[in-house]
Write a protein that binds this ligand. Sequence first.
Ligand SMILES: [Zn+2]
Ligand SMILES: [Zn+2]
Length: 215
Amino acid sequence: MIDLHTHTLFSDGELLPSELVRRAEMTGYEAVALTDHADSSNLDWIVPRLVQVCGDLNAHWKIRAIPGIELTHVPPVLIGPLAKKARALGALLVVVHGETLVEPVPPQTNRMAIEAGADILAHPGLITAEEVVLAREKGVALEISARKGHSLSNGHVARLAETYRADLVLNTDAHSPEDLISRERASQVAWGAGWGADGLERMLRNSRRFLARLS
Ligand SMILES: [Zn+2]
Ligand SMILES: [Zn+2]
């Protein structure tokens, strides 16, 4: 499993980065990205710490830990500048907290995340066809979420991604140890989103391509 969206106690996750990564490794993961919630108040505090710990863990463990960030509920015009700042601080992955059906995420967040060239637009809710086309053009991956609530629109996202050939990635958005999932469970989530028995494999190809770009 490659999971490019998780949370540690640097935002609202339960675990220290080292424990989250250790538990991911024991769940059978080959790679995990730590992408804590950030806005302009805490971005510069979180990213260097995740860069530090991921470096330490990668030096000693087989699993690949990736320092990232999830820009969350920020005014959409700030997504571009904050994404740039996150990368300058060392984030290797910029996730944007998309317009999920279960939170009042500001309208235009999906569009601005895509225009800003985020790596992943997480749980994009009722994303439009036009935005999906734009995501494909900009190489922004859309997320199929294993997380309760955010997963309500997986079917819609998967259908539009299939139609317009946008990249999908499957992530857990884990906040607790029990949110990490086996490959079998991930396969069920991908299948349940309408992508069939080989859906996970197709999504993992995109996650793997992302990893290859890093090394
Ligand atoms: Zn999110
Ligand atoms: Zn998240």
